[in-house]
Ligand binder design. Structure first.
Ligand SMILES: Cc1cc2nc3c(=O)[nH]c(=O)nc-3n(C[C@H](O)[C@H](O)[C@H](O)COP(=O)(O)OP(=O)(O)OC[C@H]3O[C@@H](n4cnc5c(N)ncnc54)[C@H](O)[C@@H]3O)c2cc1C
Length: 464
């Protein structure tokens, strides 16, 4: 791996330039190298991993971005296993905490202690949602039978039409904030259904046991990316934003601030809104431009609070909490073991978090943990947070918060190649869009498509 400040990309010509060194870009490069292609991966940040980033709290490495994998995420698991990274189960023993409508309750298992009427309502809405999800075409949601109807309203408006009770709405708001980094009113129903379908359904999306939150990596998920990048060596160049991609019938020219690289093809893996930051010549067709302009990223923030020991475990609590008020809306126990340090990972609402000073952010999170876990939570030994919306380069995450109409109008442009420019990145996935597994699959898919296009071109060269 090289940094542009120390080593400017000297390579004048390669087979394929890959833009972005997240899981999609690194997987594309890995696959291309294995088939004998020469590759250069250009990454705008001074690190690899994209929306996967490690931090350290109380001496323990934690995931500031992507964390969990499910048993069904076989592509990222395979990549991680080849990189020598180790899985650990998400701790979930004991009672969970629910803070709703100003009241704290604890409960065992997955059924929250709400009124019987609210429970019936949650089941009713979830069932209705699952029915719609089943009708969605995972590979092309915009071609689903009722796509136009679903894309004309927001997820929030659908909840209104279903007359969802307050408790159901609160639960769905938490889901929306975690998945799309926005409130249900800010995301199209079709976009929400597409992501739920991609995540294997509502249950698989939300569950720890048997679901998407089942396991995480001891070394952190960014470590997987770092190890893959190490294998790729000098083919990965950091601190090198791609500014312009031009093309003619023979190849592409990729321009950065310091170099021009010629290649037969480019694979662009940046998140959808960041496509708009690159100048294309010829320009992107109208639909592809619309996609980049309307598929804006949602925002989510995370904070980690460390204690001497995971004291909540001794009190019979799992460290898992759901709340409908305040800054924190979910917590999980990511302690290395029972001996400590005890670490609570919290998801925070950026609207009441990102713009505040580090001291205020910390104070607010700790105060809320005291409400959830009692006075022992008032004496942390360490604290760390990360605001994805405040990242200077490629901000936002985890996923785009796509408003009504933008999926049916612009969705087909997600994967449609622009001449010699192919697209990858988790947004372009069918199954597993929105997670690391989707990113890996799309990188591999784009590499195969480019290899196939190159082979076709070779066959078309007239023999003299
Ligand atoms: C807070 C949070 C929690 C998450 N939790 C999970 C989870 O538990 N499990 C899970 O599976 N997923 C999770 N995700 C989602 C997961 O991180 C992403 O799906 C995945 O990492 C996306 O990979 P990617 O390669 O498609 O895109 P990215 O990781 O975004 O990579 C794209 C890269 O392109 C670079 N780039 C952008 N523009 C340019 C340019 N012009 N030139 C050069 N480089 C450029 C960016 O810097 C970036 O490194 C989470 C994400 C966040 C933010």
């Amino acid at each position: 791996m090289s940094s542009s400040r120390a080593t400017r990309p000297q390579v004048a010509s390669v087979d394929v330039v890959v833009v972005g060194a997240g899981f999609a870009g690194l997987s594309a490069a890995e696959r291309l190298v294995s088939t004998g292609q020469s590759v250069l991966v250009l990454e705008g940040r001074d690190r690899v991993g994209g929306r996967s980033l490690s931090g350290e709290v109380a001496g323990v490495r934690v995931d500031l971005g992507a964390t969990w994998v499910s048993r069904r995420h076989t592509a990222i698991r395979d990549l991680a296993s080849r990189a020598g990274c180790t899985l650990t189960g998400q701790f979930a023993e004991g009672r969970n905490v629910l803070w709703m409508a100003g009241r704290r309750r604890t409960y065992q298992g997955t059924i929250p202690p709400v009124s019987p009427a609210a429970l019936v309502d949650m089941a009713r809405v979830q069932q209705a949602l699952n029915k719609l999800v089943a009708s969605i075409d995972a590979e092309a949601a915009w071609n689903s039978p009722q796509a136009g109807e679903f894309d004309a309203i927001s997820f929030g408006e659908w909840l209104d039409r279903k007359h969802a009770l307050a408790a159901t709405r609160a639960l769905m708001t938490i889901v929306s904030k975690v998945q799309w980094g926005c409130s249900p009113g800010d995301v199209s129903l079709l976009h929400a259904l597409r992501y739920i379908r991609a995540a294997g359904g509502v249950d698989h999306m939300l569950d720890v046991e048997g679901g998407q939150q089942q396991e995480r990596y001891v070394e952190t998920t960014q470590e997987i990316a770092k190890r893959v990048a190490e294998q790729l060596g000098d083919r990965v160049v950091l601190g090198t934003p791609v500014r312009r991609i031009s093309q003619d019938g023979h190849g592409v020219t990729v321009r950065t601030d310091s170099a021009e690289i010629k290649a037969k093809y480019a694979i662009v893996t940046v998140a959808t809104p960041q496509r708009a930051e690159i100048e294309f010549d010829p320009a992107l067709p109208e639909q592809a431009e619309g996609l980049a302009k309307t598929w804006r990223m949602g925002v989510l923030s995370k904070a980690f609070v460390a204690y001497e020991k995971p004291f909540w475990r001794a009190n019979g609590l799992s460290g898992e909490a759901l709340t409908d008020t305040g800054t924190v809306f979910i917590t999980f126990d990511v302690s290395p073991d029972v001996h400590g340090p005890g670490i609570l990972m919290t998801f925070c609402d950026p609207r009441v978090f990102d713009g505040f000073s580090p001291q205020l952010r910390r104070g607010r999170v700790v105060q809320q943990l005291v409400q959830l876990y009692g006075t022992q939570a008032s004496a942390p030994i360490d604290y760390l947070d990360h605001c994805w919306g405040a990242e200077p380069f490629a901000p936002g995450g985890p996923n785009p918060a796509v408003a009504p109409y933008a999926t049916t109008t612009y969705g087909p442009a997600l994967t449609e190649p622009h001449g010699r420019v192919h697209w990858a990145g988790t947004e372009t996935a069918g199954e597993w869009a929105g997670c690391m597994n989707g990113a890996v699959l799309t990188g591999q898919r784009a590499a195969e498509r480019v290899a196939a296009a190159a082979a076709r071109e070779l066959q078309e060269v007239p023999v003299r």
